[in-house]
Write a new protein. Sequence first.
Length: 195
Amino acid sequence: MPKTEQDMSKRKKAIQIVDDPECIRLLADFTRTEILRLLSKYSMTETQLSEQLGMTRAAVGYHLHLLLDAGLITIEKVEAEQHGILQKYYTPLAFLFIIDPDHIPRDVQRYYLRMQIEHLRGMFSVFQLYHHLSEVSSRNLEKLAMAMLRQLKIVGKKHIEDMALGEAESIRVKAYAEALANLTKQEEWRSLFQK
Protein backbone atom coordinates (compact mmCIF):
# COMPACT_ATOMS: atom_id res chain seq x y z
CA MET A 1 0.00 0.00 0.00
CA PRO A 2 1.58 3.36 -1.02
CA LYS A 3 2.34 5.84 1.70
CA THR A 4 0.63 9.21 1.52
CA GLU A 5 2.35 12.51 2.22
CA GLN A 6 0.43 12.63 5.52
CA ASP A 7 1.87 9.21 6.52
CA MET A 8 5.38 10.43 5.68
CA SER A 9 5.08 13.61 7.70
CA LYS A 10 3.88 11.73 10.78
CA ARG A 11 7.27 10.06 11.07
CA LYS A 12 9.31 13.25 10.70
CA LYS A 13 10.16 15.62 13.44
CA ALA A 14 8.82 19.11 12.95
CA ILE A 15 12.07 20.71 14.11
CA GLN A 16 15.63 19.57 14.65
CA ILE A 17 18.32 21.75 16.19
CA VAL A 18 21.68 21.40 14.47
CA ASP A 19 24.53 21.92 16.93
CA ASP A 20 27.33 19.97 15.28
CA PRO A 21 29.77 22.50 13.75
CA GLU A 22 30.46 20.26 10.74
CA CYS A 23 26.74 19.87 9.99
CA ILE A 24 26.31 23.62 10.39
CA ARG A 25 29.14 24.14 7.90
CA LEU A 26 27.50 21.62 5.58
CA LEU A 27 24.22 23.56 5.65
CA ALA A 28 25.92 26.84 4.76
CA ASP A 29 25.29 25.97 1.12
CA PHE A 30 22.35 27.01 -1.07
CA THR A 31 22.11 23.71 -2.95
CA ARG A 32 21.98 21.56 0.18
CA THR A 33 19.43 23.79 1.90
CA GLU A 34 17.33 23.82 -1.26
CA ILE A 35 17.48 20.02 -1.44
CA LEU A 36 16.21 19.88 2.16
CA ARG A 37 13.43 22.34 1.33
CA LEU A 38 12.35 20.35 -1.73
CA LEU A 39 12.46 17.06 0.17
CA SER A 40 10.34 18.56 2.95
CA LYS A 41 7.47 18.78 0.44
CA TYR A 42 7.69 15.09 -0.52
CA SER A 43 10.33 12.40 -0.92
CA MET A 44 12.22 12.53 -4.20
CA THR A 45 14.82 10.60 -6.14
CA GLU A 46 18.20 11.87 -7.26
CA THR A 47 16.79 12.18 -10.79
CA GLN A 48 13.76 14.17 -9.66
CA LEU A 49 15.95 16.50 -7.62
CA SER A 50 18.37 17.02 -10.51
CA GLU A 51 15.42 18.03 -12.73
CA GLN A 52 14.08 20.43 -10.08
CA LEU A 53 17.48 22.00 -9.43
CA GLY A 54 18.71 22.05 -13.03
CA MET A 55 21.84 20.16 -12.02
CA THR A 56 23.45 16.91 -13.11
CA ARG A 57 22.55 13.73 -11.25
CA ALA A 58 26.21 13.41 -10.22
CA ALA A 59 26.20 16.87 -8.62
CA VAL A 60 22.93 16.17 -6.80
CA GLY A 61 24.23 12.75 -5.77
CA TYR A 62 27.28 14.40 -4.20
CA HIS A 63 25.08 16.68 -2.06
CA LEU A 64 22.72 13.83 -1.14
CA HIS A 65 25.70 11.75 -0.03
CA LEU A 66 26.88 14.58 2.27
CA LEU A 67 23.39 15.10 3.73
CA LEU A 68 22.94 11.35 4.22
CA ASP A 69 26.32 10.99 5.96
CA ALA A 70 25.47 13.94 8.22
CA GLY A 71 22.24 12.25 9.28
CA LEU A 72 20.02 15.04 7.95
CA ILE A 73 18.21 12.89 5.39
CA THR A 74 17.35 9.24 5.04
CA ILE A 75 16.30 6.87 2.30
CA GLU A 76 12.58 6.45 2.75
CA LYS A 77 12.03 3.75 0.16
CA VAL A 78 13.63 2.03 -2.82
CA GLU A 79 11.55 1.23 -5.91
CA ALA A 80 12.43 -0.52 -9.14
CA GLU A 81 11.78 1.37 -12.39
CA GLN A 82 10.52 -0.25 -15.59
CA HIS A 83 14.03 -1.34 -16.58
CA GLY A 84 14.88 -2.74 -13.16
CA ILE A 85 16.94 0.28 -12.07
CA LEU A 86 16.47 0.92 -8.37
CA GLN A 87 15.45 4.46 -7.41
CA LYS A 88 16.06 5.67 -3.88
CA TYR A 89 13.58 8.17 -2.45
CA TYR A 90 15.15 10.60 0.01
CA THR A 91 13.41 12.46 2.81
CA PRO A 92 14.67 14.81 5.55
CA LEU A 93 14.56 13.79 9.20
CA ALA A 94 12.82 17.09 10.06
CA PHE A 95 10.87 19.79 8.28
CA LEU A 96 12.91 22.60 9.79
CA PHE A 97 16.58 22.49 10.75
CA ILE A 98 17.42 25.27 13.20
CA ILE A 99 21.06 26.22 13.50
CA ASP A 100 22.36 26.58 17.06
CA PRO A 101 24.01 30.04 17.06
CA ASP A 102 26.34 29.00 19.88
CA HIS A 103 27.97 26.37 17.65
CA ILE A 104 28.30 28.23 14.34
CA PRO A 105 31.91 28.08 13.13
CA ARG A 106 33.37 31.55 12.51
CA ASP A 107 34.01 30.82 8.83
CA VAL A 108 30.26 30.42 8.13
CA GLN A 109 28.82 32.84 10.70
CA ARG A 110 28.41 35.61 8.08
CA TYR A 111 26.39 33.22 5.92
CA TYR A 112 23.84 32.58 8.68
CA LEU A 113 23.68 36.23 9.69
CA ARG A 114 23.01 37.19 6.06
CA MET A 115 20.25 34.57 5.82
CA GLN A 116 18.56 35.93 8.96
CA ILE A 117 18.95 39.50 7.73
CA GLU A 118 17.13 38.51 4.53
CA HIS A 119 14.31 36.93 6.55
CA LEU A 120 14.10 40.01 8.77
CA ARG A 121 14.00 42.36 5.75
CA GLY A 122 10.99 40.47 4.46
CA MET A 123 9.23 40.68 7.80
CA PHE A 124 10.16 44.33 8.27
CA SER A 125 8.79 45.20 4.84
CA VAL A 126 5.37 44.04 6.02
CA PHE A 127 5.70 45.98 9.28
CA GLN A 128 6.75 49.07 7.31
CA LEU A 129 3.63 48.79 5.11
CA TYR A 130 1.47 49.03 8.21
CA HIS A 131 3.64 51.68 9.93
CA HIS A 132 4.57 49.39 12.82
CA LEU A 133 8.33 49.68 12.58
CA SER A 134 10.89 52.31 13.47
CA GLU A 135 14.02 52.87 11.41
CA VAL A 136 16.50 49.97 11.48
CA SER A 137 20.23 50.60 11.20
CA SER A 138 22.60 48.11 9.56
CA ARG A 139 24.34 47.57 12.91
CA ASN A 140 21.06 46.87 14.68
CA LEU A 141 19.96 44.56 11.87
CA GLU A 142 23.04 42.36 12.41
CA LYS A 143 22.46 42.28 16.17
CA LEU A 144 18.81 41.51 15.58
CA ALA A 145 19.75 38.70 13.17
CA MET A 146 21.83 37.04 15.90
CA ALA A 147 19.02 37.60 18.42
CA MET A 148 16.63 35.95 15.95
CA LEU A 149 18.92 32.92 15.64
CA ARG A 150 18.91 32.64 19.43
CA GLN A 151 15.11 32.93 19.58
CA LEU A 152 14.73 30.28 16.87
CA LYS A 153 16.85 27.97 19.01
CA ILE A 154 14.55 28.62 22.00
CA VAL A 155 11.48 27.94 19.86
CA GLY A 156 13.16 24.83 18.46
CA LYS A 157 13.88 23.47 21.94
CA LYS A 158 10.27 24.08 22.90
CA HIS A 159 9.03 22.06 19.91
CA ILE A 160 11.88 19.53 19.60
CA GLU A 161 9.62 16.56 20.36
CA ASP A 162 6.80 17.66 18.07
CA MET A 163 6.16 15.41 15.11
CA ALA A 164 5.55 17.03 11.74
CA LEU A 165 1.88 17.38 11.01
CA GLY A 166 0.88 19.46 8.02
CA GLU A 167 2.93 21.45 5.57
CA ALA A 168 6.63 22.15 6.03
CA GLU A 169 6.20 25.83 5.12
CA SER A 170 3.52 26.22 7.80
CA ILE A 171 5.94 24.86 10.39
CA ARG A 172 8.66 27.27 9.22
CA VAL A 173 6.29 30.26 9.33
CA LYS A 174 5.01 29.32 12.80
CA ALA A 175 8.54 28.94 14.18
CA TYR A 176 9.63 32.31 12.75
CA ALA A 177 6.45 34.00 13.97
CA GLU A 178 6.94 32.66 17.48
CA ALA A 179 10.60 33.70 17.50
CA LEU A 180 9.72 37.19 16.24
CA ALA A 181 6.94 37.52 18.82
CA ASN A 182 9.50 36.66 21.53
CA LEU A 183 11.86 39.32 20.16
CA THR A 184 9.18 42.03 20.22
CA LYS A 185 8.77 41.41 23.96
CA GLN A 186 12.45 41.92 24.75
CA GLU A 187 13.34 45.32 26.20
CA GLU A 188 16.21 45.81 23.75
CA TRP A 189 13.96 45.41 20.69
CA ARG A 190 10.51 46.47 21.91
CA SER A 191 10.87 50.10 20.82
CA LEU A 192 11.80 49.01 17.30
CA PHE A 193 8.37 47.45 16.82
CA GLN A 194 6.38 50.31 18.37
CA LYS A 195 5.93 53.44 16.36
